[in-house]
Design a protein around this ligand. Structure first.
Ligand code: SF4
Length: 404
């Protein structure tokens, strides 16, 4: 019988990371001891990067190269400091510090600063990592706001058409979207297959537009821009509510009292910088025995710990079971869309194994010094790769390939 272990509610500090995005770390504009308000700008970024704001009312306890630690007040009013007036919606997105919330963390004001010349915006509602549900929940709760966010981006980028790319199984979200676009001839729903990696940008473009992007080419090469649901939600908030990015939607699951054997729980609009331990506690504490805490989805998530904190790109918190012991020689079979080679080596080491060989899915090709998949989602059999690893001494194979 699984055993529940007690754990303390840890929420004494909020730790706001200074690099929650692609690009350089933001530079703090507050000092230790300062009293800050929710929504107040606390760090700025020049060039590639994004502004950072306080997610709570409190006092700055510590500033390091990596983070600003704030001691939150006991009382946390709903109100927040709004972003300053801006000359354009693109400026508002920049001021609010919006970044790709699907995991990439690319600064949105740079991505959207493009002329698509009548092209299209594609809302990526694939939610393709198993166990994650918060993007679909966002659509169920406020499809109209997210469609308005798409329209702002269409206007900024001079796009003529908007597509919502979603899996047909998400019926409640589909109904909400259909209602939200019923009078819009420039908006359309497109279905994605229920496969991994349906949410890969090139898969989305292929499924929606019927165009196979060559490896290394961006959707903008064919007049398209793909954006994750929560990113678009934050765009709408920045423009309409003048709200900076101070919260994150997350899904929590795994070996936790309230989620074990059930659906993971979704928490919307959680303060950025809150510790993972807080959500473990909120979900009823651990169900022993436990293994690692994974931040993100099972395919591409990374190892976290109780003291890790929410960032603008944290999607999931998943408490896994312990790895099995396997003191064997392992071969690694790597894929672009799954766990990295480094992540698989970490798992092998935890199982007590050693890595003796490594190979790639045969669809991986080198582009600009990085291996990319030629045709994501059209995954081949991996028998040839498995035999190669075996001939190099592997007794077992760990694979991040999407099939087989
Ligand atoms: S074809 Fe290979 S590299 Fe591409 S997504 Fe499938 S398994 Fe991964």
């Amino acid at each position: 019988m699984a055993k529940r272990t007690e754990m303390k509610n840890i929420y004494d500090n909020i730790e706001i990371m200074l690099r929650q995005h692609i690009g350089g770390a933001a530079a703090p504009v507050i000092n230790v001891g300062d009293i800050v308000k929710k929504g107040q700008l606390i760090a700025v970024c020049d060039g590639l990067g994004a502004n950072i704001h306080s997610s709570v009312y409190g006092r700055v306890a510590e500033i390091s190269d990596a983070a600003v630690i704030i001691k939150p007040d006991a009382h946390q009013p709903e109100e927040y400091v709004k972003i300053k007036d801006t000359a354009s919606n693109l400026e508002a997105i920049k001021e609010a510090g919006v970044v790709g919330a699907g995991g990439a963390g690319f600064p949105a004001h740079i991505k959207f600063d493009i002329n698509l010349e009548g092209g299209c915006i594609i809302l990526n509602a694939a939610e393709c990592e198993p166990t994650l549900f918060h993007n679909i929940r966002a659509l169920e709760e406020d499809a109209e706001g997210i469609i308005r966010g798409m329209k702002y981006i269409m206007h900024i980028t001079n796009a003529a058409k908007g597509y919502v790319a979603i899996k047909p199984k998400n019926k409640a979200a589909l109904i909400a979207i259909a209602k939200a676009i019923k009078n819009d001839s420039d908006m359309e729903i497109k279905y994605l297959s229920d496969i991994y990696p349906a949410g890969d940008e090139r898969v989305v473009v292929r499924e929606v537009l019927g165009i196979q992007l060559e490896v290394g080419r961006l959707p903008s090469a064919v007049g398209a821009l793909v954006s994750n649901v929560e990113t678009v939600k934050r765009v709408c908030e920045a423009i309409e509510l003048r709200k900076p990015v101070i919260t994150k939607d997350i899904t929590v699951g795994g070996r936790l009292g309230d989620t074990y054997g059930n659906s993971p729980q979704v928490f919307m609009d959680q303060p950025i910088g809150a510790p993972i331990a807080h959500y473990v506690h909120k979900c009823g504490g651990y169900i022993a025995p436990i293994g690692e805490i994974v931040l993100g989805g099972p395919f591409t998530g990374e190892r976290g710990h109780e003291n890790s904190v929410l960032t603008k790109t944290t999607g999931g918190i998943f408490v896994a079971m312990p790895f099995p012991v396997a003191e064997k020689k392992f071969g690694i079979l790597a894929c672009e869309c799954g766990a990295s080679s480094q992540r698989m080596r970490e798992i092998v080491a935890d199982m007590g194994g050693t890595v003796v060989s490594e190979t790639l899915c045969k669809r991986m090709v080198e582009v600009n010094g990085r291996y990319r998949c030629e045709m994501p989602g059209k995954c081949p059999g991996q028998a040839e790769a498995a035999l190669r690893l075996k001939s190099q001494g592997a007794e077992a194979i760990i694979s991040s390939a999407c099939e087989d």
